[in-house]
Design a protein. Sequence first.
Length: 637
Amino acid sequence: MSLSKQLFILIALMFLGIFSVNYVSSVNNIRSYLQDEAEVHAQDTATSLGLSLSPYISDKSDTILETMINAIFDRGYYGEIVLEDSEGSVLVRKANPETFHVVPGWFVKLLPMTVGSAESEISSGWSIGGVVRVSVHPGIGYLKLWNQAMDALLYSVLAFALSIVALGVVIRFLLRPLGRINRLALDIARGTFGTISPLPWTTEIRNVAGSMNLMSGKIEGMISNLNKKLESASKKLGVDELTGLEKRSFFETELKTMFSSSKHGYIFLIRIHDLGAYANERDSAAVDEFIKSFVQLIQDVAGNVKKSDIKLYRFFGAEFAAVAHNMGRAEAEQLCKGLVDGFHVLGERLGKQNIAHIGGIAFDPLGSAPSIISAAAEAYEKAKLIGENSFALSQDSSNARSRDEWRELVQQVVSRESFEISLIEQAHALTGDSAGSLVLEEAVSRVFDDEGEALPIGTFVSVAEDGGNITQFDMKVLRRVIAYIEDKGVSHSIAVNLSFSSMSDTAFRSELYQLLTENSEATARLVFSVTAYSAARDFEIFKSFINLAHRCGAKVIMKRFETRFINLNELKGIKLDYIRLARSLTEDIAGDEEKRNLVEAMRELGDLIDVRIIAESVIEDADFSALQEIGLFAASR
């Protein structure tokens, strides 16, 4: 029961008690007054009647005695008037048996009234000639008491009703700030840190509101500090300290985003020739200066290639890679020729004739990351055979199927449902009472061609998105996973990958809502898996999809999370359920302080915004123990 209802009932009962006591007291006071008034009236009547009858009492047969008594009796509400002589004989008796039917019998029994009566002696000369006795009729008293009681009850009920209405208004006004405090607490739980302004005027509630504002500000400050810590740790882990270039993990992520977005361009593999020998002849400062000059040369030449977005990565030591979006063959040759010319100039300045070789490959959205990197490496080897400071470009990665063949194959797979569901990445709880129990695993699809050969899923999804088949495929996968959950009675959560195209498609959402509501028990075990890159493509659509999933009882996990895709501040208000860290963030974490700081910051942030952090593909026991010490929710091995 709410505080307002409790206060309302308590105060209403107090008001009811006060009004009841006042009412009973008022009715009793009226009854006492009417009884006293009846006695006084009877005494006055007896006295005045005794005086009036005194001159005539000597003649007991005088008719005036009865006439005078009749006159008095008819003018008032008297129960009885009796005239007796000195010997006690009744000379005149007048009685009124009339009753007042307006007054209920239960009222008479509940509030009995004494009959007001009095007597007066009648003098006859120097002796007592008789006695007159007068009693007031009780009916008139009950009638007056009944009328007074009804009027008092009416006014009491009216006053009570008005008081209750006023009480409700006052309580609602006084407790309105509590609603604002409650909304602020819920906002804080969802990761939105506002304040209450203006503060309530009630001292106690004002103090609570001030405390909530202080807590909200402190938690927001903690999250801001954690964000900075995460960004700093992510930068140290993902960025080469000497050159400021991103490392290989970011390059691999960039390739994955190119597959999912069907972009075109070139991939370049660049290696400094015999850097070890150069380092043996010079000190570390000279080597560092050479590498920085080499990187600056590439960036300067790349900046002169128009209409291309070129990003450079350093894998390790002498090995570099570049991803060039929106680049054709002519621009790729222009870039490589410019770099070769720059290598000659740099070599003359440093006294090193052979600087580097370049291998390039046109990005093939129908290929795979390993095949593209392998083709770039082959091109690099060709460049080495050509001679000093040379380059070689390959047109494709030798993909066996054309785009039309792929589209036809995708349509066949979707229509025939030529795919299987496998469960991988079994994540077990690391802490708490459920430590060691299976909490989440991922359902992945394996697709096959007519010969039963497995197809690269990345290429399949890319072509399916391009051809408009991905929503059908995702829905069929979902139906199969839901059927599996129901058939097997699964008690843990199962993650299902979902493409951005399906997530943003209105018709898909409508069908999804119906499917989930019809299978509510299985939906409670369902977790939609979305990559950070897909979520960043349109964050508002992603947030609305999370709301849809939560309305149906499902959950959402973001995988491959990187701060360059989504600012951590944006995670505060979207009510995400899980974040799965990439393997690169937890690999060798037992001996890497920077990685440990990053994962600890992620766990602390998850605790504050109520998001569970999961690690994937943990191999080493030492790393697994380190993640347990950090307190992550779960990890897969």
